[in-house]
Design a protein around this ligand. Structure first.
Ligand code: ZN
Ligand code: ZN
Ligand code: ZN
Length: 232
């Protein structure tokens, strides 16, 4: 559990405001190895506070710019950036800690905010609320054109989710779905072969040998007809 940077009191999971001294703690950008170098104003507006956000550089693999609101400490990342950020912040995870993931998914984040639909900081359209990753406990706001909004504290939770093998769990589930679909497809093909429609696609060789067994006269008529027509 992180501690308040002002009074050292423990901060409950998912909270960025200290219950003792009232300070806001930037848990997302503390304790993780990245840092900011410069802050500049951006035209993007915080969907929670309706004030301008600042662009900060996390300096991951060179420049890595995200927008952050200084008041609520929420951040906005461009499409694909959040995934890249998590990859860069958390690496070398080889096992899935299911107990930990279970605890994370039960954590109700954003207790400080009532559930509401937020506007995209770029186009002002209402964003979609989506579960980010299996069992992460984080519901993010996403504009499919412009990116993902994270409330203060959510990035930290997603880092913990990554550390507990959440991404591996995601991959495992995707693999399961893929196998399931392949199995269904296989079943579909087999039932097609056994049904009447499948019969008509049999080659003549296959069809002919069963015809020869059943009706030798008809077989000789059909095969001489085929020989005749194939000469034309
Ligand atoms: Zn405090
Ligand atoms: Zn804000
Ligand atoms: Zn947008």
């Amino acid at each position: 559990m992180p501690n308040c940077t002002n009074c050292s009191a423990p901060l409950p999971q998912g909270s960025i405001v200290c219950a003792y001294c009232g300070s806001r703690n930037d848990v997302d950008l503390k304790g993780v190895h990245y840092y900011t170098t410069h802050e500049t104003d951006t035209s993007r507006i915080c969907p929670r506070c309706s004030i301008g956000m600042k662009t900060i550089d996390l300096r991951i693999d060179g420049r890595f710019l995200i927008e952050r609101c200084e008041k609520c400490l929420g951040i906005f990342t461009d499409p694909g950036e959040l995934e890249a950020l998590l990859e860069a912040a958390v690496s070398n995870v080889f096992a899935i800690d299911r107990t930990r993931l279970g605890l994370l998914s039960e954590t109700r984040l954003s207790a400080e905010h009532p559930i509401s639909y937020l506007k995209c900081p770029v186009c002002s359209k209402i964003m979609n609320r989506i579960n980010f990753g299996s069992r992460s406990g984080v519901v993010v706001d996403r504009c499919k054109d412009h990116g993902i909004w994270l409330d203060g504290g959510e990035l930290r939770q997603l880092c913990e989710w990554m550390k507990a093998g959440g991404k591996l769990l995601d991959q495992e589930r995707k693999e399961q779905i893929r196998k399931e679909e392949a199995l269904q497809e296989e079943k579909r093909k087999q039932s097609l072969q056994h049904s009447g429609t499948g019969e008509s696609y049999k080659s003549f060789d296959e069809y002919g040998s069963s015809l020869r067994a059943q009706d030798p006269d008809l077989f000789s008529i059909v095969s001489s007809a085929i020989r005749f027509f194939s000469r034309l």
